[in-house]
Design a protein around this ligand. Structure first.
Ligand code: HEC
Length: 121
């Protein structure tokens, strides 16, 4: 076997090793709602707007953005997060997230904003 063949053969083996099955495809199954922890859901789906106040989103961690909303605690603002409210898209645009996941994400956002708040319910 000459050198070129050896190189080709090992390249082929490397290529074969590299072709792992794809990460389990996360198909959006309309019947199975996706469950995530509050922090994961927040990072994945909410932080994009709520870290910086994009599109007028109340900024997490800055009470000034939440004071007038806190009068609605918490059923109403959780409801707004689920169903959408003005420029706030329903479930942050991920309709496949479960209601419990959205509740956990809102809870997490409020914990970041009000670290001294006694834990809810
Ligand atoms: C595309 C940007 C965007 C994304 C993504 C987004 N939000 Fe919002 N959110 C907004 C905006 C804008 C508002 C302010 C709506 C208003 O009062 O005008 C808002 C408001 C809220 C409020 C306050 C509602 C109220 O009644 O005052 C909560 C709670 C909230 N978002 C939770 C979430 C959660 C949880 C996620 C992730 C699952 C999320 N948001 C993702 C833009 C976003």
């Amino acid at each position: 076997m000459n050198k070129t063949l050896i190189v080709l053969a090992s390249a082929a083996m490397l290529a074969a090793c590299g072709s792992n099955p794809p990460e389990e495809a996360v198909a959006a199954d309309a019947t199975t709602a996706v469950e995530m922890s509050g922090v994961d859901a927040y990072m994945a789906q909410c932080a994009g707007c709520h870290e910086t106040g994009l599109q007028g989103a109340p900024v997490v961690g800055d009470k000034a953005y939440w004071e007038h909303r806190s009068k609605l605690w918490s059923t109403v603002i959780v409801d707004h997060a689920k169903t959408g409210y003005l420029d706030m898209p329903a479930k942050g645009g991920r309709s496949d997230l479960s209601d419990a996941t959205i509740e956990a994400a809102v809870e997490y956002m409020l914990e970041l904003t009000y670290p001294d708040m006694p834990p809810g319910d």
